[in-house]
Write a protein that binds this ligand. Structure first.
Ligand SMILES: Cc1cc2nc3c(=O)[nH]c(=O)nc-3n(C[C@H](O)[C@H](O)[C@H](O)COP(=O)(O)OP(=O)(O)OC[C@H]3O[C@@H](n4cnc5c(N)ncnc54)[C@H](O)[C@@H]3O)c2cc1C
Ligand code: FES
Length: 276
């Protein structure tokens, strides 16, 4: 798809029929023992067969280390251990939301093709409620990467009718600087979404949380904490989340997340809990 970035199609009809945007799967990139732990990947897209039935899922991934490098070596016909769908996903858009800004940093754009298509009524996902008509009229993607070579899947967003706004650290494509700065500029010039969603590295999510707070915009963040099991058993993925009564509790991102209301995410408490 782009520099160090690949798309893989995994035949898994039962999973493809159930998974919704923002949910993820755990994949072990080999039938052998190395690596032993699975790696989490968001749904990129569901693939339908000729009769319209879901039969596969596509994942999009950036090669980071051992697991993703092994995954890049998988070949057609290989069998890989895979479990999911996992996590809460994005759910239905909140009432009255018509214009959405999706804010992605790096490989954090992966959940947003499917989310945009679902909320704009172009595709059905999972077994739950579906749109009778489009919930959301317009989606803008704010997409930031280090340099233009990492921009992945732009044609998929364009095919879905998503307006794409780019930012790169080195100015090789779009705005030179952080994607949240580009968003703030557009907001200052009068463009206003009803809702924000974000996925990407923690500094970007913190900045987005700040923008949403300052402007009083609702915002959901998909967190990318490290995960070992993906189904709630190991507590390796916890994040401090503030409850409605103001108390802060460590929540398992793989079960209660990965999507949380930005106003409830408490980064500083997380650092304290991890002894940073
Ligand atoms: C819910 C969820 C959804 C995800 N969806 C995608 C996706 O769609 N596409 C994709 O490419 N990646 C996604 N990731 C991140 C992906 O799981 C990691 O990049 C992957 O586990 C790295 O595995 P590895 O064995 O290649 O790297 P490792 O050898 O395990 O690590 C290599 C380096 O990457 C760092 N690293 C590992 N995991 C993460 C992480 N989660 N965040 C930041 N740094 C990390 C390590 O600290 C280390 O420095 C997602 C993560 C989560 C939690
Ligand atoms: S990854 Fe094991 S509890 Fe979340």
């Amino acid at each position: 798809m782009a520099q160090d970035t690949y798309r893989i199609r995994l035949e898994a009809p039962g999973l493809a029929a159930r998974i919704r945007p923002g949910q993820f799967v755990m994949v072990r990139p080999t039938l052998g023992l190395d690596p032993l732990l699975g790696r989490p990947f968001a749904l990129y897209e569901v693939v339908r067969g000729e009769g319209g039935e879901p039969w596969a899922i596509d994942l999009a991934y950036l090669v980071m280390g051992r697991g993703t490098a092994r995954l890049a070596g998988a070949r057609s016909g290989d069998r890989l251990p895979l479990w999911g769908p996992l996590g809460n996903g994005f759910g239905l858009p909140r009432a009255g939301v018509r214009r959405v800004a999706m804010v992605a940093g790096g490989i954090g754009q992966t959940p947003f093709v499917a989310l945009a298509r679902w909320w704009m009524g172009q595709e059905r996902y999972g077994l739950g409620p579906q749109p009778g008509e489009p919930w959301v009229e317009a989606v803008r993607l704010y997409y930031g990467v280090r340099t233009a070579g990492y921009l992945a899947g732009l044609e998929d967003f364009e095919a879905a009718g998503v307006e794409v706004r780019l930012a790169t650290n080195d100015g090789s494509a779009g705005y030179r600087g952080y994607v949240t700065e580009l968003l703030e500029r557009d907001l200052e010039s009068g463009w206003r979404p009803d809702h924000l969603v974000g996925c990407g590295p923690e500094p970007m999510l913190r900045a987005l949380q700040g923008v949403a707070g300052r402007l009083g915009l609702s915002c959901d963040l998909s967190l990318e904490n490290h995960m070992a099991c993906g189904f709630g058993a190991c507590f390796s993925c916890v994040a401090p989340i503030r409850a409605e009564d103001g108390t802060v509790d460590l929540k398992r991102v793989c079960v209660e997340g990965p999507v949380f209301d930005a106003a409830r995410v408490e980064w500083e408490s997380g650092e304290a809990a991890r002894g940073l």
